[in-house]
Design a protein around this ligand. Structure first.
Ligand SMILES: Cc1cc2nc3c(=O)[nH]c(=O)nc-3n(C[C@H](O)[C@H](O)[C@H](O)COP(=O)(O)O)c2cc1C
Length: 223
């Protein structure tokens, strides 16, 4: 493998480490439904992510019936474009969980007495909008839980369809749609997944990603 996943032997790795290293976006699903109790358990576990001020703003729009799934794809990939879609078996995923966030919860929380001194009283006062950060953690939890459960999962963006999806599913305007996660049994777990368009990009080296600042004493004197 080019991307380093094989560097830690699976038997030596810890479960979380294994799940992280094994996780890949899966875009070919069997249409077989998922047990609703399993889906509830996965979502209940996935939401147990860290969140700024414990805002717990990330949630899900759960599309778990053929009728709801059809409405999702009719909204985001209507029939004329659907025929040329590269990932036809992504459309067979029996569950779509749209990860949502609620930016307004952050200024509400950060004007409570223990946080008000931070000055984060409106969304534009956040240099890093934590509502996206927190939703990303929930999304990653769900992707890893799918690996552990032997399921396939694929995260993709709603792109320009956010407003249309909110309208279609009657979602409160204050919610933002972060990403859609398709969940289901893999069409053929033994078959190698056809790689996505970006999969050929080599994994960057760790050295490139870690900044090791010099100690103060080794800094050249200034002025
Ligand atoms: C925020 C985000 C958006 C993504 N959007 C798409 C998408 O629209 N379509 C798609 O096929 N994959 C999408 N991906 C998957 C990436 O292409 C994929 O994670 C990357 O190529 C690495 O492959 P891997 O996840 O299988 O390791 C997205 C991933 C993230 C994190």
């Amino acid at each position: 493998m080019t991307n380093g996943e094989a560097e830690v032997p699976a038997e030596a790795a810890r479960p979380v480490e294994q799940a992280i290293r094994r996780r890949r976006m899966i875009r070919s699903f069997a249409p077989e439904p998922l047990d609703p109790d399993l889906v509830s358990r996965l979502l209940d576990t996935a939401r147990r992510a860290p969140s700024a001020g414990n805002c717990q703003a990330a949630g899900f729009i759960l599309l778990d019936t053929p009728e709801l799934i059809a409405r999702y794809w009719d909204t985001t990939l209507p029939p004329p474009r659907r025929d040329g879609f590269r990932w036809q078996q992504l459309l067979d995923a029996p569950v779509l969980a749209i990860v949502t966030t609620e930016p307004d919860r952050y200024p509400a929380r950060y004007t409570e007495p223990d946080k008000v001194a931070s000055g984060r009283t409106s969304p534009d006062r956040w240099p890093v909008p934590y509502w996206w950060v927190d939703a990303g953690a929930v999304a990653q939890n769900l992707l890893l839980l799918a690996v552990e459960e032997g399921l396939g999962a694929c995260l993709f963006g709603p792109f320009d369809h956010e407003a249309a999806l909110k309208e279609e599913f009657g979602v409160d305007p204050s919610l933002r749609l972060v990403a859609t996660i398709a969940l289901g049994h893999r069409l053929d777990p033994a078959a190698p997944e056809e790689p996505g368009r970006s999969a050929g990009r080599a994994r960057r080296s760790l050295d490139e990603l870690i900044i090791r600042p010099r100690s103060r004493s080794s800094r050249p004197p200034t002025g």
